[in-house]
Design a protein around this ligand. Structure first.
Ligand SMILES: Nc1ncnc2c1ncn2[C@@H]1O[C@H](COP(=O)(O)OP(=O)(O)OP(=O)(O)O)[C@@H](O)[C@H]1O
Ligand SMILES: [Mg+2]
Length: 260
């Protein structure tokens, strides 16, 4: 049964580690299909914990609806088909060729031939085809991160959760990753939620941006509407100017930290 609402709706999501509550009553949505939401906030704000809660990992309460369907009613396997989650740090690479590692992310969802096709396609879309035959254990940090993204997108999820997907990447690959994520949203009607620390990058690719601090949603909306020096001061404790470059993109000039 569904209630007919399209997109992702998160209601009163709370996520804890044992008795330690980290995310408190988080509500957002509907996030429409085809949209990219970037999630910003200081260290320890609860961003990774929130993504884990949306992915169905760990101890969470509240409701998450995708196109009106309550995800908590799905089996782990069914939920994993709809939601792909790329964690902030990757496990150490094993001595497995990259193509096999990306194909393994499709196991249980499609056969070997289809997996191979999808895996080559995922790597090609990221401009990482040249990594296909390299061993996972012999990649650089940035290459490992690109492969982790390929593993997340290869099953063509409805919801793609990316935790700092560009943290190890050079400037060209940062752009490539965010453009691939945005293309997945546009072309396949997926919903992308990406945690980023690079504020200008986050604003450039976001349809909407959410600001999290102390486990609570402090602001949400279109970048142009919500990003102000006051908000940046409140969220990050910095003194900053918000300007526009000659291409009209938002630039953040940080002048210092605020003393509280
Ligand atoms: N496994 C865990 N057990 C207990 N507490 C945890 C665990 N993981 C994270 N925390 C705590 O939860 C809070 C939020 O952590 P989280 O990793 O979600 O922050 P974050 O916003 O992703 O930060 P960062 O930008 O540094 O990645 C922190 O106080 C952290 O100490
Ligand atoms: Mg984190």
């Amino acid at each position: 049964m569904t209630d007919g609402t399209q997109g992702l709706v998160i209601s009163n999501l709370a996520v804890a580690y044992g008795r330690k509550k980290v995310v408190h009553s988080f509500s957002l949505g509907p996030i429409p299909r085809g949209a990219v939401l970037t999630l910003l906030g200081p260290n320890a704000a609860g961003k990774s914990t929130l993504l884990r809660g949306i992915a169905g990992l760990g101890s969470a309460s509240g409701r998450i609806l995708l196109d009106g369907l309550d995800l908590s009613r799905l089996s782990r396997v069914e939920r994993a088909k709809k939601i792909a989650y790329m964690p902030q740090s990757q496990p150490p690479g094993i001595a497995l060729p990259v193509i096999e590692a990306v194909m393994s992310a499709c196991s249980g969802v499609m056969g070997r031939e289809a997996s191979m096709h999808q895996a080559y396609d995922a790597l090609a879309r990221l401009g990482a085809s040249d990594l296909s035959m390299q061993l996972l254990s012999e990649l650089s940090g940035g290459q490992r991160q690109m492969v982790a993204l390929a593993q997340a997108v290869v099953r063509r999820p409805d919801v793609l959760l990316l935790d700092e997907p560009t943290s190890a990447l050079d400037l060209k690959h940062q752009i490539r990753v965010m453009e691939s994520a945005a293309a997945l949203a546009r072309e396949q009607g997926a919903i992308v939620i990406a945690v980023l620390h690079d504020v200008p990058l986050a604003l450039r690719y976001a349809d909407t941006v959410a600001m999290l601090k102390d486990g609570e949603l402090k602001a949400h909306g279109e970048p142009e509407r919500i990003i102000t020096p006051h908000l940046l001061g409140e969220i990050y404790g910095i003194e900053a100017r918000v300007e526009h470059c000659s291409h009209g993109r938002i630039q953040i000039m940080v002048d210092g930290t605020l003393h509280s």
